[in-house]
Write a protein that binds this ligand. Structure first.
Ligand SMILES: *Cc1c(COP(=O)(O)O)cnc(C)c1O
Length: 455
């Protein structure tokens, strides 16, 4: 097919949209290590996990052999309100860069929450509702997950209690108001509403909070409140499963025009958008059907893949959650303030960690001034104002396109544009005023986090 026939935006027809999620673990020879109980060190059983999570989600979490899961009809009709997400050919960016590379991005910011997180929020809220629960609890760092979940809970009539990392509760009052508009209750974390919150406040007076603290608080409330369970927006295998919709749609759209990507790039926080984007492609690679170059881009201030260690660790600061084997900086690692707030988690999806450890994926860390330079270049050429998190993927794509310019190679690059940056204008203001700095932890800073990893 001639290149001219590729439109700026490729949308699937409604009947071409995926109706199943893909579970990449089914095709992995080396399965991700199981979650283990912090006390007994035995793999967590379904019964143990069901005290914290919804039963159907526990099934998905523990299933590493079923390749495809039907998407329930109610979730599919919710998806149709904002999906398919467009696959966009970045003709204008290519022109600016004068690169022979062909750049495509999958845009997940076309919904009110502004990111891919809605794809899993609606699924998790749906299963909670099916189970007859009254509500769910969660944490939110930068606010995208809390916003997405409040939309999903409002749609299904579920209560939602959000623990929002205190620094972002204060810096992003409008994020907070969006959640409240959809009916969620929002508490700054650490708070004195929970035992773990009180302990963190007394151990670290004046702390502005972290995702790990907020997770501990949300879990405590879920397990001590009748009719509630806890839901998490990233890291878990079930979240990667739901996010596979991103990659499945992208692949279907590319297949429709006979396009095969050479390089696939995503930003990595807990790994859900990257894991979702690469899922069907890495499945082909694992089955030996095709080859792709996968690149994870993370912030230099929270360099989980590039400087972390692969070990069993806690997912939360309060150390009440199961242990996951993952690339980690230690649950006590407190990243310096960083504007890509959604990428500040100390650990990484155990699925992606295993794939990375098996050498199937490359990872890079980039400082935030370079990230905002890439974000600005993208906004000025492609029009979309990107989330700082997503701009890590943009930076990766621009760098690869510039390499092609040097070598003359016409590679096809696909990257995940996970969301929009309208709530991040404080960060853009810092960048525009020349006040943005790069925080890179020293080896000593990292050693403190590593010291807290259980032996
Ligand atoms: C939360 C978020 C991320 C990071 O989370 P992952 O689980 O790594 O995908 C990336 N981009 C945006 C826009 C986000 O909201």
């Amino acid at each position: 097919m001639s290149e001219k026939t590729v439109p700026y935006k490729i949308y699937l027809e409604e009947h071409e949209m995926p109706t199943k999620w893909y579970n990449v673990r089914a095709d992995m020879k080396n399965k991700p290590a199981p979650l283990i109980h912090p006390g007994t060190k035995a793999p967590m059983t379904a019964a143990e996990l069901e005290g914290v999570f919804c039963a159907e989600l526990v099934k998905q979490e523990l299933d590493d052999t079923t390749a495809y899961f039907d998407i329930p009809a109610e979730i599919l009709s919710f998806y149709k309100m904002y999906r398919p997400a467009p696959l966009v050919r970045a003709y204008c960016l290519e022109e600016k860069l004068q690169t022979p590379a062909k750049i495509y991005y999958k845009f997940e910011g076309n919904n009110t929450s502004g990111s891919h997180k809605l794809n899993s929020a609606i699924a998790q809220a749906y299963y909670a509702k099916q189970q007859g629960l009254k509500g769910v609890t969660t944490e939110t760092g930068a606010g995208q997950w809390g916003t997405a979940l409040s939309m999903a809970c409002a749609y299904l009539g579920l209560d939602l209690k959000v623990f929002m990392v205190k620094s972002s509760y204060e810096q992003k009052p409008y994020r907070r108001e969006v959640m409240r508009t959809y009916g969620a209750s929002v508490t700054p974390s650490p708070s004195s509403d929970t035992e773990v919150g009180k302990k963190i406040l007394s151990d670290f007076p004046g702390t502005s909070g972290s995702l790990g603290c907020a997770i501990s608080e949300a879990v405590e409330v879920a397990v001590t409140t009748e009719g509630y369970r806890y839901v998490l927006g990233s890291v878990l295998a079930q979240v990667l499963l739901h996010q596979s919709i991103i990659g499945l749609e992208a692949k279907a759209a590319m297949d429709k025009y006979g396009i095969k990507p050479d390089i696939i790039i995503g930003c990595a926080g807990g790994g859900s958008n990257l894991g979702g984007l690469i899922a069907p492609f890495i499945g082909e690679k694992l089955r030996g059907e095709a080859d792709y170059h996968f690149i994870a881009v993370e912030p230099a201030s929270c360099p989980t893949f590039t400087r972390g260690t692969y070990a069993y660790d806690f997912c939360d600061t309060g150390m009440i959650c199961p242990l996951a084997k993952m690339y980690t900086l230690g649950s006590g690692f407190m990243p310096a303030p960083e504007h890509a707030g959604g990428l500040r988690f100390h650990g990484m999806s155990s699925t992606l960690s295993q794939l990375y450890d098996d050498g199937l994926m490359e990872a890079r860390a980039v400082g935030q001034t370079e990230i905002f330079a890439a974000a600005q270049q993208f906004a000025r050429s492609e029009g979309i104002l990107p989330a700082p998190e997503s701009s890590h993927a943009i930076k990766g794509a621009i760098d690869e396109a510039l390499k092609c310019k040097e070598t003359g190679e016409e590679k096809t690059i696909l990257f995940g544009l996970s969301g929009t940056g309208y709530f991040d204008m404080g960060a853009y203001e810092k960048y525009n005023d020349g006040l943005m700095t790069d925080y890179i932890p020293t080896d000593d800073d990292l050693a403190k986090g590593f010291a807290g990893i259980p032996k």
